[in-house]
Write a protein of this length. Structure first.
Length: 248
């Protein structure tokens, strides 16, 4: 019963509500002009699909499964890419917090640091006027997690993945480093690897922050519109487009 209620709710609240409204418009339009009604029905169906975990997960899985976790960790620096941060928000030892994806990347880097003892290089700047400077916040949080300041390098100017790669390569060269272990979200890894290779680096991919389980199953909720599903769809399409742009 609880799953049925969740399914119904998904069409009462946005974004599912918009599907219902568009279907209502399609029915109303059908009475006077069937061809435009069919076009609107097709658009509504595509919009509905983009809102479902079924499609969002399929698109994300195509990105997340391109790189496996390496069996042997070899490198001289752990490079972590930012994924957004807030400014002015309260934290334990200061202000500013990493977004969920960026926080997951940071945690993975700390665990790798404890396993390897390699320094951590965090790359990411202040992308928007009201966002936080990712590298500066990351440094404070890394120190709060027990990483010594002497083992932390920051690159706090990059605004996108291409700049992450270019600026990181320059900083690594100035420090005599050449073999990065690249830590970023699994869905972001394919695009990040393209840009880092273009910058003259051959990083070891260490994906993290997975959004899709390895073994997928079909159930009612996979067909329910949800904000997280449409976010996954949009994120995946952005990454595919970004990979295409990076190649050309």
């Amino acid at each position: 019963m609880i799953y049925f209620i969740k399914f119904v709710y998904s069409f009462v609240l946005p974004p599912g509500l918009f599907v219902v409204l568009l279907l209502g418009m399609t029915i109303w339009l059908w009475r006077s002009s069937r061809r435009p009604a069919l076009v609107l029905l097709g658009i509504t169906f595509l919009l509905y699909l983009s809102m479902t975990p079924l499609i969002g997960n399929l698109l994300m899985a195509g990105l997340e499964r391109q790189y496996d976790k390496p069996e042997l960790i070899q490198g001289d620096v752990i490079v972590v890419l930012g994924g957004g941060a807030t400014s002015g928000t309260p934290d334990i030892d200061g202000e500013g917090n990493m977004y969920g994806s960026a926080a997951n990347r940071l945690l993975t880097a700390v665990r790798l640091y404890r396993q390897t003892g390699l320094p951590i290089l965090f790359s990411g700047g202040q992308v928007f006027p009201d966002s936080g400077n990712e590298a500066n916040i990351a440094k404070r949080q890394l120190m709060g997690l027990g990483v010594p300041e002497t083992d932390i390098l920051t690159e706090n100017r990059s605004l996108n993945t291409e700049q992450n790669a270019t600026n990181t390569a320059a900083l690594m060269k100035s420090k005599g480093l050449s073999h990065p272990i690249l830590v970023t979200s699994a869905f972001h890894m394919p695009r990040a690897m393209l840009y880092f290779k273009d910058s003259g680096l051959l990083p070891l991919a260490y994906p993290t922050d997975y959004t899709v389980s390895l073994e997928g199953r079909l159930y009612t909720a996979k067909f329910s519109p949800s904000p997280s599903a449409i976010n996954n769809t949009g994120t995946a399409l952005k990454e595919y487009l970004g990979c295409l742009a990076a190649r050309f």
